[in-house]
Design a protein. Structure first.
Length: 320
């Protein structure tokens, strides 16, 4: 194969935290589709990096099976030392997801959510919410199937088991013709999960998060006509909004000064998600007028336009 037409290799450096891994997966998937890139995962924990390597940009010895990268992407503070140690690799570009604690001048590009209050620049793309691995639905189901995603206590909203349970039971009672699937999360208090399990009936199913798989949410969103999410997780809210399924937020008081609450509010202002008191709009929304969000795709195209070494084999989808 002519080296000039070889598909790029992309390294994804992970700390294995689900939220960070999901961002890498979403962006990596789009770059693979748009450029034919090969994707290679690197666990940062496998390569401890001393400070001197970070300061000098001196790469540690990695697994020899990894091809030379065109782009190295890292998400999570636990990956930053390895990313910076690799920044001088020949012909490799470096990208950090989310606002880092180090100067942005140390990497070639950054993709940062708007709620982190960083200005856009030639090397910084600002996204609405966080990148995720959900693909927007081409067409929504016509079946009255609704999904509820319950989170838990966080630094950004005042969590209240009673309020969350009350809103969920209200939805089920208000829309009795709908079929409901409820999922908890790792942060959901055990007491609330027990109370949610008591709601189960022929029309209501509770799925414990431990019983889901990597693609469960994608599959469940594809089967849903409406989705309700507690606002404490910006990742969960963005995943629901990206799917294109009409999305509503359970009502919890935001804590003052929270950047996550600020990010959720931006999604509301842009019509990407709806508030609790707009429940009829969520349940009966005309999907054709629903605002669209697909930041993984927008970020991938921005990178392809920015870095020539990514577009060597960009396929026809890039032009869409």
């Amino acid at each position: 194969m002519n080296p000039e037409t070889r598909a790029p290799a992309i390294w994804l450096i992970t700390d294995n935290k689900p939220g960070h891994k999901n961002q890498l997966k979403g962006l990596g998937n789009r770059l693979r589709v748009l450029t034919g890139a090969s994707i290679h995962w690197i666990n940062a924990a496998d390569y401890p990096v001393p400070l001197w390597r970070v300061l000098l940009g001196a790469a540690p010895v990695l697994d020899s099976s990894f091809p030379a990268p065109a782009l190295i992407i890292a998400a999570g503070s636990g990956t930053h030392r390895l990313l910076l140690a690799l920044r001088r690799l020949r012909k490799a570009r470096t990208l950090v997801l989310m606002k880092p604690a180090f100067p942005l001048a140390w990497v070639d590009a950054a993709i940062i959510p708007a709620h982190d209050n960083v200005k856009a620049s030639r090397k910084t793309l600002i996204t609405e919410g966080v990148i995720n691995a959900v693909t927007p639905m081409a067409k929504l189901t016509s079946k009255p199937e609704a999904l509820i995603l319950a989170g838990g206590p966080s630094p950004h909203f005042d969590w209240d088991d009673d309020a969350v349970l009350s809103q969920i039971t209200n939805l089920i009672a208000r829309y009795p013709e709908w079929r409901w699937t409820i999922s908890d999360s790792r942060r959901t208090p055990a007491a609330l999960t027990r109370r949610l399990s008591e709601l189960q009936s022929p029309k209501v199913t509770l799925v414990h998060h431990a019983n889901t798989h990597d693609n469960w949410l994608n599959h469940q969103l594809a089967a849903s006509r409406a989705v309700w999410v507690s606002p404490d997780s910006i990742s969960m809210v963005c995943e629901a909004a990206t799917s294109g399924v009409p999305t509503g937020l359970l009502d919890l008081p935001a804590r003052g000064g929270s950047r996550v609450a600020r990010g959720v509010n931006r999604l509301v202002e842009q019509g990407l998600v709806s508030l609790w008191n707009e429940h009829s709009q969520v349940m009966y929304e005309d999907a054709e007028r629903h605002a669209q969000l697909w930041e993984a795709d927008r970020a991938a195209r921005w990178l392809i336009n920015r870095f020539a070494n990514l577009s060597q084999r960009a396929n026809k989808e890039t032009a869409h």
